[in-house]
Ligand binder design. Structure first.
Ligand code: 164
Ligand code: MG
Length: 338
């Protein structure tokens, strides 16, 4: 693989040709359905003698996927020294039936905080209540947060939050999709803090949430926000507490999330970076999986080493490799421009 030096702005001095020549696409089985998928496709790109992750979700068009590419190309642009050597993380519970909740959470080992998915398409509020109740009954001390992915309208959100409040929620993530609805919801019901995720990571201006007073907390993800530096800038400029969360990445992408979390001026909440536990395979041997440190489940600040044997083992079909090559060609010029 060719050696390369980073550009002055920290982005990697690589050519499209070298990325196309070295790119490897993997398809990792998931241990439980999450976000409607059971296989996670991810591209690993060679930069010098290291690998970076580029894994925009399959339905994303080039404008959005190119911001994720920008993040990949700036992976080694770490803006400042880490302030901590490990970060506390939460377990993440997909919208499984209530009677499976405890069993799915066992994959995470011991944890103190859990994010429970709610408002899944095709389900009802009763399903969410049953799932949250099952977790609360089994883990009376747990910090529980929910994530609706904008799946409720304003009235549904207000009803849902009032119904779920007795279970004791740390915060509710993206209960409604629209920014102005977040603002209204906070005026109608202010007993549960609101976190913004999609309103930050999919917005043209990720700081509008803070300016409009639409949330108490920002959820930040490295790939959608264009890299560790860009995400850190967003957090600092927002002036809000931040939760670093994964994009269902491999351990390579998770490590970038940990790098970001390690640099946040303050870390008030456990981070959504233990989703490695939802993957049935990975591209590194020493996977980034949560470990209990006596107080919290944590991930270490490390640079995991990609194992090329695993890139072979989980290699996506030729047709998928081809698909990602075209995607890279389409996104490349946009990634230079953003
Ligand atoms: O934050 C977490 O606990 C885990 C990550 C997580 O929930 C997500 C990862 C990837 C895609 C998203 O739909 C989802 C989220 O909405 O935050
Ligand atoms: Mg979310």
């Amino acid at each position: 693989m060719p050696e390369s030096q980073p550009n002055a702005d920290g982005s990697a001095a690589v050519s499209l040709e070298s990325l196309l020549a070295g790119m490897r696409v993997v398809s990792l089985p998931m241990t439980v359905r999450f976000r409607g998928i059971t296989e996670r496709e991810a591209a690993l790109l060679p930069i010098g003698d290291r690998w970076v992750e580029w894994s925009p979700f399959l339905e994303y068009e080039a404008p959005e996927a190119s911001r994720w590419l920008r993040a990949a190309l700036t992976t080694f642009d770490t803006p400042s020294a880490p302030l901590r050597d490990r970060v506390p993380v939460n377990a993440t519970l997909p919208a499984v039936p209530a009677d499976q909740a405890v069993q799915v959470l066992e994959r995470y080992g011991r944890w103190r905080t859990v994010k429970i998915k709610v408002a899944e398409r095709g389900q009802r509020l009763d399903d969410d209540v049953a799932r949250v109740r099952a977790v609360r009954e089994r883990f009376p001390e747990a910090r529980i947060r929910i994530d609706a992915n904008g799946g409720w309208d304003l009235d549904q959100a207000e009803t849902a939050l009032r119904t779920l409040e007795p279970f004791g929620l740390e915060y509710a993530e993206q209960p409604v999709a629209q920014l102005h609805d977040l603002v209204t919801l906070r005026t109608r019901f202010d007993r549960i803090p609101i976190a913004a995720d999609e309103s930050v990571r999919k917005a043209e201006d990720p700081l509008r949430v803070a300016r409009m007073g639409a949330a108490d907390i920002v959820v930040v993800k490295v790939q959608p926000l264009g890299g560790v530096s860009a995400a850190l800038d967003t957090v600092v400029a927002s002036g809000l507490p931040a939760v670093v969360s994964s994009a269902l990445d491999t351990s390579v992408g998770l490590a970038a999330g940990v790098q970001l979390a390690a640099r946040l001026p303050s870390l008030d909440y456990d981070c959504g970076l233990s989703t490695g536990a939802l993957l049935g395979g990975d591209v590194v041997r020493r996977r980034l999986l949560p470990e209990w440190d006596g107080d919290a489940a944590v991930l270490p600040v490390t640079q995991p080493e990609v194992d090329e044997g695993l890139l072979d083992e989980f290699a996506a079909a030729d047709e998928r490799q081809q698909h990602w090559r075209q995607r890279l060609i389409d996104c490349w010029p946009l990634a230079q421009a953003v």
